[in-house]
Design a protein around this ligand. Structure first.
Ligand code: TXA
Ligand code: MG
Length: 342
């Protein structure tokens, strides 16, 4: 474990960053913070490194990885044509929490893209992520640094809980910022399509490229998603999660019923409502409802925290689908495996 202060000047020159970069050059895998969640990085040009990523996470091999770059020069090494829509989004949102699906060149390990003719690319804004990619001087494939299916990590300790002993190391740069993963957009189609809601909102995208569509699979679970990762259950704590659309009265009623059946109930709520559920065995407040960004920031840590409470079921409040709320609701309904109570 390497500790770094993300605010120091010339991070690329820090011995910790140099060591992490040396591991990446040697085709080892290393976790590091980004502004969304922690990523598990490996050399995107090396089959050996990519194999290690899939193995450490227990990730299905048909689920492609995002390639992270620190410069536009690196982007051009792995994509041969950049559509107009992509160029506009790059100018507006990079570096930042936006991943763009583009036509790829042959330079990458074939394992990175799981056989697709496209590659998902992102330029992270986090100074530690940027410094590591720059020091390694390689495009870095990095999925979220969790065991496949678990909530994504937003702290170095989450990474170690899942992957200790399975990776070369983790660079601890403190809590990641946004808290949910990047938005994934497909720029090989016209209009641009959102494949995964995330850190950059639909409203922000539309201000730059006009109307965008959403992959129909995001709202209709029977359709095959264009982003292979979206078909797997994900982000799940140990106890089953139920999304309760009926507001706090409905949660109170269900919690009482479950307690009377000798079930330990956990409630995922926010600061505003945390005193409303005295009948629950565990109540976790995830940010402030009035500030959805704070909910996104705490979401995965809150889901992970339920594992320590030994509850039998988790009832979760719902959130408005506006702005970052779309990403929060997408992750919660995945965590719930689609179990929603109207
Ligand atoms: O914020 C993030 O994006 C984080 C940090 C570490 O950068 N990374 C991340 O990676 O969330 P991962 O592997 O957990 O999610 C990648 C998503 C998956 O749903 C995958 O199926 C999709 O991107 N994806 C990757 N390549 C794709 C492609 N060529 N076409 C469509 N979807 C793709
Ligand atoms: Mg992930």
């Amino acid at each position: 474990q390497w500790h770094v202060n993300k605010n120091v000047d010339n991070l690329s020159g820090c011995p910790q960053i140099q060591e992490a970069a040396a591991c990446l050059k040697g085709n080892e895998v290393v976790a590091f913070p980004t502004e969304t969640v922690y990523g598990l990085g490996g050399n995107a040009l090396s089959d050996e490194a990519i194999e290690k990523i899939y193995r450490a996470k227990g990730r299905p091999s048909d689920n492609p990885l995002i390639v992270h770059v620190a410069s536009l020069e690196q982007l051009h090494q792995i994509c041969d044509s950049i559509p107009d829509s992509a160029q506009k989004l790059i100018d507006a949102f990079w570096p930042g929490p936006l991943t763009i699906v583009l036509p790829k060149t042959g330079a990458l390990s074939k394992r990175v893209t799981a056989g697709l003719s496209t590659v998902a690319v992102r330029m992270p804004e986090h100074p530690v992520a940027h410094a590591i990619i720059k020091a390694a001087n390689l495009p870095i494939a990095a999925p979220s640094a969790n065991s496949s299916g678990r909530p994504s990590p937003t702290l170095a300790s989450h990474v170690l809980d899942d992957l200790n002993g399975k990776i070369a190391g983790v660079v601890d740069g403190g809590a990641s910022g946004v808290g949910v993963e990047s938005t994934v957009v497909d720029c090989t189609v016209e209009p641009v399509a959102i494949l995964r809601p995330g850190g950059v909102t639909r409203e922000q995208l539309e201000a730059v490229v006009g109307k965008v569509t959403t992959d129909p699979a995001l709202s209709q679970p029977d359709k095959p998603p264009k982003s292979p990762g979206m078909k797997y259950q994900h982000y799940a704590p140990e106890a089953p999660v139920y999304l309760v659309a009926g507001g706090k009265e409905k949660i109170q009623e269900l919690a009482k019923l479950a307690q009377s059946n000798h079930k330990r109930v956990g409630v995922l709520t926010t600061e505003e409502n945390k005193c409303e559920y005295p009948m629950a065995a565990a109540v976790i407040a995830c940010g402030k409802r009035a500030d959805l960004a704070s909910v996104a920031h705490c979401l995965y840590d809150s889901l992970r925290a339920f594992d320590e409470t030994h509850v039998d079921i988790i009832l979760s409040e719902t959130f408005p689908m506006k702005g970052i709320g779309a990403a929060i609701m997408n992750r919660l309904s995945k965590a719930a495996g689609g179990r929603t109570i109207e």
